[in-house]
Design a protein around this ligand. Sequence first.
Ligand code: RB5
Length: 146
Amino acid sequence: MKVTIGCDHGALALKESVKKVLAELDVEIDDVGTYTEDSIDYPDIAEEVCAAVTSGKSERGVVLCGTGIGISIAANKIKGIRCALCGDVFSARMARAHNNANVLALGGRVLGSGLAGEIVRAFFTQEFEGGRHERRVGKIMALENK
Ligand code: RB5
């Protein structure tokens, strides 16, 4: 699986540790930055990561900012994106199993690398369960056209 990842200046260190976990999961990583501590605007990174997902260049995305909140809000404004901000392993598993989330958001100033790694493992190993959840996810996507 190919995954595009990007962060703002508030999550540089966590991005690097998430990339190590993704590599262990045999994921091909496309890192769109940021690469320095210079202040940048997280919506720009959300847009770039999500464009990779909606275009099919990558199957899924990971977006990170200081809290994960701003970048997840931005990501969810983009058609075709179901971004889940996760701070625990159960939510990460459910974001895939029930919501078929295609982008994971994490907070670099919120999570330690150990917990973030477990969240990433859960998100990238759990399959979507389909069934009744398919209908509900379909209704989420239909909201984009209302
Ligand atoms: C940047 O200082 C910070 O606002 C950003 O990383 C994020 O936490 C926003 O939600």
